[in-house]
Design a protein around this ligand. Sequence first.
Ligand SMILES: [Zn+2]
Length: 243
Amino acid sequence: MKVTAHGNNLFQLTYLGCINMYLVREEDGFTLIDTALESCAEPIIQAAQQFGLPIVCIVLTHAHDDHAGALDKLHELLPEAEVAISARDARFLSGDMSLDADEPEDKLRGGWHIHKTRPSRLLHEGDHIGSLEVIASPGHTPGHASFLDTRDRTLIAGDAFQTLGGVAVSGTFVPLFPLPAFSTWHKPSCLESARKLRTLEPSRLAVGHGRILEQPLAAMDRAIKQAASSLGQSEQRATSLAH
Ligand SMILES: [Zn+2]
């Protein structure tokens, strides 16, 4: 597991060069964002220990296997830690794969498992977990959530964007790393969420797959433009719809 520091409070943990987790430093310990695969549970705990802080909260951006895989094992090893995920994606953790009547009828893709662990906290748009603000960013999954560190505007965007193989909005086919695109639920929602995340003007973009980008706005703009054109939308049209 490779561990790198970014700014004062963010550590990126990378497994097999392609799956990221994050430790966000708070005064009372770390918030872990995403858990990768089951075999990552112990290395994640060791990574936190090397900085001398406990993991007090486990947060998932979404319920896919490569983000929730070590959840049960971590919950066993850290029974006191809070477990948080969006109320919407929490249903997938318990095996409920239904879509709601007001959600686009698209196929749920990607790897899913039923987990024993029940979240201790269900998240909604605008909630706060320590310094992190919850930003609903549906599209990759119906309940995908991103997290903005309000101290320095670091955006932890899960699979709403990827940077591995090129910066892209979820759902855009990236030949060098197509996994996020293959596991994406509804591309128009991904594009809408990407635009919403861009308006937050993050100073740093941290994603589930790929390296961290500093000052990411120009790269986000290019990725949004590309996603829009592949969906047959122009940015001008999107702007006029927004007004
Ligand atoms: Zn995913």
